[in-house]
Design a protein around this ligand. Structure first.
Ligand code: NAP
Length: 478
């Protein structure tokens, strides 16, 4: 089936591509494997130079790349510009910090000399989504290339032009031919590529369905995988919070990227004491969002990225109302050519319903009333997902409990959840496993090679005698 780039604001076809044949894909894998042998030995300073050049090109051509993103997946132009600049920042972060992250780590094991040597794994396959078509790729690409890995990208089928643009700009930055290649593939070709023995590992950002399928294939192949999957992040507000800031952030956190972000706040859990005030102001905030042409400055929410996405969201909202949810505002697809959906607030979604346990990937907020902090935490954790959480309170004791008891990969107190190249990003439960960004993200695709250089007469020298940390660590029975 052809891979089509369609403008979601008009549903007009922009470009059509034929997927690679299996044979052509194999040739690209071969090129990647071949390049890896020399690329891994390119001095770090040299890679950092290319990475900085990459950042400079992104910044210099921000308008072109942002326009491409907006045309291909519909996010407001301003958000697309921000996405490109964040990619540039991340390239610089890894150019600046790779030497430190990759430095051998000496471990005192006297009298031996021991250290950990960080080595790239080889060719890493990245299966990526459309919602941040540059950022999702760059947050993998920058640490991978800096570490000496090479990469193949199977991008979402609705953003082929972004995939091609990224490959070309990596080349223009100076990285060797074949170090980063976009493969225009159909979903059913991913397994074939992954099973090629020259592929060392895979990273997936996408839905649970994709993660489950590829994670299982990687497990079967005994290949390292990182899964960054969906989320239904809670946004908890307690009575001591700065209510004005919390509400303003709540609207932004739900509508970021037209509601299509894994870390968008999706479930709003509000303390009983402030619930009514919060509800009416959240509704007003959602109604004030400007929905429309994403190319127009000032638009807050564009169309959803595909017809399928808007149809799914519509079906989920209808399913919620069928089981008793109340629509406080919005709730409908908007008329016209594009995939627009009204900013929506739902209250009273039963926690026993299917839709409660699903991710709503669009501008639809679900509101819940909590009697106290115990109930707020209980609702927050009552989800199959565990990506991140935003919690609003000025009470230090409540803050401590939230940090300790929320089951997720990141807790943001009095702040909106956001990714940051300096901090690990990822989830637990069905939001996936592994981390991106920071040193943790870079090390996912590295071999922590233990090196021990024995000194004569040491406890674990060539005689293979067991090693004891110290006499006091010895079991009592000895
Ligand atoms: P998706 O449908 O899972 O697609 C993601 C990628 O996986 C696409 O390249 C897709 O290819 C591919 N894919 C889908 N099913 C596959 C399968 N069975 N085998 C191999 N490849 C498969 O997800 P999406 O709708 O594009 O993205 C939205 C989802 O991503 C949401 O759930 C969101 O929360 C999640 N997400 C998570 C994070 C995170 O960091 N945790 C970040 C962003 C988004 P095709 O396009 O060709 O189908």
């Amino acid at each position: 089936m052809a891979i089509e780039s369609i403008n979601p604001a008009t549903n007009k076809l922009l470009r059509r591509f034929e997927p690679l044949t299996d044979n052509a894909a194999r040739q690209k894998v071969a090129l990647a494997a071949d390049v890896f042998r020399s690329y891994a030995n390119v001095p770090l300073d040299h890679r950092a130079l290319w990475m900085r050049k990459l950042a400079a090109i992104l910044e210099h051509e921000v308008e072109d790349f942002a326009t491409l993103i907006t045309q291909e997946m519909g996010k407001p132009l301003e958000a697309a510009r921000f996405e490109i600049l964040k990619c540039a920042d991340t390239c610089r972060y890894y150019a600046d910090h790779a030497a430190h992250i990759l430095a051998p780590e000496s471990v005192p094991t006297e009298p031996n000399h021991s250290y950990v040597r960080w080595e790239p794994l080889g060719v890493v396959l990245a299966v990526m989504p459309w919602n941040f078509p540059f950022w999702q790729v760059f947050r993998f690409l920058a640490p991978a290339l800096m570490a000496g890995n090479v990469a193949l990208l199977k991008h979402a089928s609705n953003v082929p032009q972004c995939a091609i643009a990224i490959e070309s700009l990596v080349r223009r930055a100076g990285f060797p031919r074949g170090s980063f290649q976009a493969l225009l593939l159909e979903v059913n070709q991913v397994e074939t590529v992954l099973s090629d023995e020259r592929i060392a590992a895979v990273t997936v950002t996408g839905s649970e369905t994709a993660g489950r399928a590829i994670g299982a294939q990687a497990g079967w192949q005994i290949k390292k995988s990182v899964l960054e999957l969906g989320g239904s992040d809670p946004f908890i507000v307690m009575p001591s919070a700065d209510l004005n800031l919390a509400i303003e952030t709540a609207v932004r956190a739900r509508c970021v990227n037209s509601g299509q972000s894994c870390i968008a706040a999706k479930r709003f859990i509000i303390a009983d004491e402030i619930y009514d005030a919060f509800e009416s102001r959240l509704v007003a905030g959602m109604e004030a969002m400007r929905v429309g042409d994403p190319m127009k400055e000032g638009t807050d929410i564009g169309p959803l990225a595909t017809v399928r996405a808007v149809e799914l969201l519509d079906a989920q909202v209808k399913a919620a109302t069928r089981v008793g949810a109340r629509v406080l505002t919005g709730g409908e697809r908007m008329l016209g050519d594009g995939n627009y959906f009204e900013p929506t607030v739902l209250a009273g979604v039963p926690r026993t319903s299917f839709v409660y346990r699903e991710e709503l990937f669009g501008p639809v907020a679900m509101l819940f009333r909590a009697q106290d902090l115990n109930e707020a935490i209980e609702i927050a954790n009552d989800t199959p997902f565990g990506l991140a959480a935003s919690a609003w309170t000025r009470d230090p004791a409540e803050q401590q409990r939230l940090v300790a008891e929320l089951q997720c990969g990141g807790v943001f107190l009095n702040a909106m959840v956001a990714s940051d190249p300096r901090l690990p990003f990822g989830g637990i439960k069905r939001s996936g496993y592994g981390r991106e960004l920071s040193a943790a993200g870079m090390r996912e695709f590295l071999n922590a090679k233990t090196v021990v250089i024995a000194s004569a007469g040491s406890a674990n020298d060539a005689t293979g005698k067991p090693y004891l940390l110290s006499a006091t660590d010895a079991p009592a029975t000895r």
